[in-house]
Write a protein that binds this ligand. Structure first.
Ligand code: ADP
Ligand code: MG
Length: 353
């Protein structure tokens, strides 16, 4: 049960060339250091993917988290960055060029189907998903008509509609259907920019028998496409968008604050997870029981130097957060299983009376 730092990956998107603007960063891929050309400040990442890095390469890098989730450990992957920096491209991608989420879903189904075919220990699995969005500090259930729901700090998904999925195709269909309902509104930065945080959670339940004992594992994989982290003043937004921006920034600023509290706590510090919906949901993922990778997406045109600096500062902070991922396995002996079955049977007898 070792402590492990959050893994931080930078992905640099291609420069937008409409203004012949230049980049504001230098990259050393060997030492994984990004240097801001404005002040020569250096930022150490765990890994950097440059502008031509294909989706496969990013997926290959995060695969160990998916493998861990398949084996009963909680995992989280989230994308952080300004609007237009490539978060949705990285997490979801397009039909022709899948991002992390569809690739992960496919990998999970392939692995678990293969295990149930080949293992001789009565291996079974069940996968379900929830899709939520946080918009203006309210949580909505994208699998239930975008209805507003309350989330509870103890059992985050208690009120969310959880849908069992039997194949990766079915899971992707449900996810896409949910994401269509996601709140979008154009800004100058990106016509179809997402103004909400979207959170897909897959719950994997597996079971097998060993020496007359039932082993059950329940792990969760959170995959999060955050709203843009940009400074609102840049985008010339109208009033509604400013209101959205303030609330989006509340969730993101709480995220930054929580991370600072974790890495640099006061004596008896109570971490402010409960100050925003996003941090309530990501509680286990930051300073808790999870393997976590953060992808910071960077749009390195020099006109975005301020946003890039703020994204890189976020990256080096979150890199210092430590998690302890614990195998989520519950073992029941044969005797207990027999007793449970007997209790159930007697319950049925009583109902008949
Ligand atoms: P965000 O979700 O952060 O607002 P998007 O993922 O929508 O940003 O990306 C904005 C635009 O840039 C999209 O048209 C996307 O296809 C393109 N883009 C982003 N990252 C890359 C990349 N690494 N390679 C090619 N195109 C990219
Ligand atoms: Mg997006």
């Amino acid at each position: 049960m070792a402590q492990e730092n959050v893994n931080v990956v930078a992905r640099i998107r291609p420069l937008s060339n409409e203004t012949n603007d230049e980049t504001c960063i230098k990259i050393d891929p060997v030492s994984s250091v990004i240097t801001l050309t404005t002040n020569e400040k250096q930022f150490h990442m765990d890994k950097i993917f440059e502008q031509n890095a294909p989706q496969e390469e990013i997926f290959e890098y995060i695969q160990p988290i998916i493998a861990a989730v398949i084996n009963g450990i909680h995992g989280t992957i989230f994308a952080y960055g300004q609007t237009g920096s490539g978060k949705t491209h990285t997490m979801i991608g397009s039909d022709e060029n899948h991002g992390i989420i569809p690739r992960s879903i496919e990998m999970i189904f392939i692995a678990l189907n293969e295990q149930s075919k080949n293992r001789k220990d009565n291996f079974k699995f069940k996968i379900s998903c929830t899709v939520l969005q946080i918009y203006c500090e309210k949580t909505y259930d994208l699998l239930n008509g975008n209805e507003k729901i309350e989330i509870h700090s103890r059992d985050i998904l208690k009120n969310a509609k959880e849908v069992e999925v039997k194949s990766s195709n079915e899971c992707m269909k449900i996810l896409k259907c949910g994401l269509e309902k996601r709140k979008v509104s154009g800004t100058l930065m990106n016509e179809t920019s997402s103004r909400s945080h979207a959170i897909l959670t897959l719950t994997l339940k597996t079971e097998y028998f060993k020496e007359n004992k039932k082993h059950e594992r329940i792990s969760r994989l959170n995959m999060v496409d955050l709203a843009g982290s940009e400074n609102r003043n840049h985008t010339n937004n109208n009033k509604t968008q400013n209101f959205e921006g303030a609330n989006i920034n509340k969730s993101l600023s709480t995220l930054g604050q929580v991370i600072r509290e974790i890495i640099n706590p006061f004596p008896n510090q109570v971490i402010s997870y409960r100050s925003s919906k996003l941090t309530m949901i990501l509680r286990d993922s930051l300073g808790g029981n999870s393997k976590t990778t953060v992808i910071v997406n960077i749009h390195s045109n020099s006109k975005y130097a301020t946003e890039t600096k703020s994204t890189l500062n976020f990256a080096v902070n979150v890199k210092n957060v430590k998690n302890t991922a614990i195998l989520q396995e519950f073992i029941t002996s044969k005797e207990t299983l027999t007793l449970k079955a007997e209790v159930q049977r007697l319950g049925g007898e009583i109902d008949k009376l």
